[in-house]
Design a protein around this ligand. Sequence first.
Ligand code: DX5
Ligand code: ZN
Length: 233
Amino acid sequence: MLDHIRIAPSILAADFTRLGQQIHDAQVAGAELIHVDVMDGRFVPNLTMGPLIVEAARRSTDLPLDVHLMMIEPENMIDAFVKAGASTLHIHWETGFHIHRTLSRIKELGCKAGIAINPHTPAIVLTEILPLVDTVLVMTVNPGFGGQTLIPETLTKVNQLRKLIDSQDLAISIAVDGGVNETTIGQVVAAGADTLVVGSAFFSTKFTPDQGMERLRTALQNYDVSQKQMAAR
Ligand code: DX5
Ligand code: ZN
């Protein structure tokens, strides 16, 4: 069960003076995706990267680039991000009048489509569009900044979403974004996530990427063992 859990380091927490090297190190450590946080200063109170960085990341790795668009009117920038090398584009449900159209456009361009939801947005609003998406990205913090604490209530939603997806017999990945670290990783996976975005607990630590990855995997393993022990009691 634990083997199919994918870790997606978020470069928001990387050292941008050596971004290429950091992405390379993450890949060598066993990262399966690279998460790129695009923020527009409107949808979220922070401003970060655009297609230029995606294009630089694309030249640094052959891993899939998971681009998280925290921006209003994402439909205007989709072509540019696909051209820059995005593998998956996550748009926020809260930003769209025409989510179906935007997701369809992403797929039409040959990119994987993801829908992201903020902590206050219920899973149920996704029912009609689930068949169109490859991934649901559940925000477990309010988007805008790295290094925040996971909001525990959002894990109930991850679980509801897992049930919703399984009830429709769909092969959709559930990614969790925000506050994933050695302490929370077990609960996040137990709730039903299969892809974990990890920013500050991966790049902004005293550990090397190899050690960071090992510590996350070990924490997950230990959680799994402790749950099994509790169940056997
Ligand atoms: C937050 C971003 C996250 C961020 C996570 O708005 O969407 O991807 O990088 O950072 P940590 O893991 O530090 O919470
Ligand atoms: Zn993100």
